[in-house]
Design a protein around this ligand. Structure first.
Ligand code: SF4
Length: 380
């Protein structure tokens, strides 16, 4: 199987692990003085735990899990607005399955569906567009969610809806961008970060140039990485080598997929359909300047915020986190999931308090899936 088996080869992995251990020694990384490497992407967090890389790498390397799970960083007020939209009798609300179980203040979309709301799980915004064509008497709203990875497909769908002059299709836009939260973390004096493993899928769209400020302005190495175990090990090695050599650069380990300048077709669609919001609220990080996208005026007919008078287009709601919930601290890498007082107690995959426990890219879900209660017991 080309491009998969060779990136899971145990012998090759042993060689890279030996090199990682050697460079970690050279720079004096120990469990008392670890190197803190943040993997920004939730997909990387899951790969690290799925393949046991946190156990295989030397104790002097500490993985800090970043805010790269779009479902997890969605503030509860936005989940509430999804439920509000979905419960309108004229609306068919379409979402990716990942968002169904994310708790809102009162209920999740799953609970709203159980109570009768017409909520459909889709695999693509084009599925929602097809529903709009087939249901001209209903309003079809697509929950546009995600980083630059999913932003182009929503943009292309809006362009298609405009070409077809559909009047019953709109997007509740919650698309966000990766570089601003990295900057916010780097500006936080309490964060200790020595380097980054950069997101692979996002970079496939935006390229590697948008990360240059990390190396240039903050003096931190970043290596854009793939998702197989050897991709991640090699990326960790590249970060360590930069630290050893006193270099701070943007390097691309995932060059078989990520072009330096990104994907021009996707970038053009994004530029045509969206503009940057002045700021956007992130769960755990608060409002971050220029970190969210909204639909441009010329596509306002397809903007659910404008159409239904919700979200950033109207009065914003402030929603408190559930008591004892440490989602914000986990999301920003300040604590590990097992250090959240609710992990495995008030919060499990069956009774989630936070999105991190149910999203396929959530850090708490990764710990639970690959460590379960063992992780909790180890923390006790
Ligand atoms: S265990 Fe639950 S409440 Fe705690 S951080 Fe994870 S998702 Fe949030």
């Amino acid at each position: 199987m080309r491009y998969i088996e060779e990136f899971r080869d145990p012998e090759a992995a042993e060689g890279v692990l030996a090199a990682v251990a050697h460079v970690a020694d050279e720079i004096g990384a120990t469990s008392d003085t670890p190197v803190h490497i943040m993997e920004i992407c939730g997909g990387h967090t899951h790969a690290i735990f799925r393949y046991g890389l946190d156990k295989l790498t030397p104790p002097g390397i500490e993985f800090i899990h970043g805010p790269g799970c779009p479902v997890c960083v969605l503030p509860m007020s936005r989940v509430d607005e999804c439920v509000e939209l979905a419960e309108r009798p004229d609306v068919i609300f379409c979402t990716f399955g990942d968002a169904m179980r994310v708790p809102g203040t009162v209920k999740s979309l799953m609970q709203a569906k159980a109570e009768g709301a017409d909520i459909r799980m889709v695999y693509s915004p084009l599925d929602a567009l097809e529903l709009a064509r087939r249901n001209p008497g209903r309003e079809v709203v697509f929950f546009g969610l995600g980083f630059e990875t999913t932003t182009p497909s929503t943009a292309l769908t809006i362009q298609q809806a405009a070409r077809e002059r559909l009047t019953n299709f709109s997007v509740f836009c919650n698309h966000i961008t990766v570089p601003p939260p990295i900057k916010a973390l780097l500006d936080d004096p309490h964060m200790v970060l020595d380097g980054f493993v950069g997101p692979g899928h996002v970079s496939m769209v935006i390229g590697t140039t948008p990360y240059e400020f990390i190396a240039r302005d903050y003096g931190k190495p970043i290596v854009v990485a793939g998702f197989e175990p050897l991709d991640l090990l090699q990326s960790v090695l590249m970060v360590l080598e930069q630290i050893r050599d006193g270099r701070t650069e943007v390097e691309n380990q995932y060059s078989r997929v990520v072009p330096k300048d990104g994907n021009p077709v996707s970038l053009a669609a994004i530029a045509d359909v969206y503009e940057t919001r002045p700021s956007f609220e992130w769960r755990g990080l608060g409002e971050i300047d220029a970190s969210g996208l909204r639909i441009r005026e010329k596509y306002a007919a397809f903007d659910a915020e404008a159409k239904f008078g919700i979200g950033y287009g109207s009065v914003r709601r402030v929603v408190e986190e559930p008591e004892g919930c440490a989602c914000g601290q986990v999301m920003t890498g300040r604590i590990k999931p097992t250090q959240c007082p609710q992990y495995g107690r008030g919060c499990t995959p069956e009774t989630p308090l936070g999105a991190l426990m149910v999203s396929s890219e959530g850090a708490c879900a990764a710990y639970w899936q690959y460590g379960g209660r063992r992780g909790l017991e180890a923390a006790e």
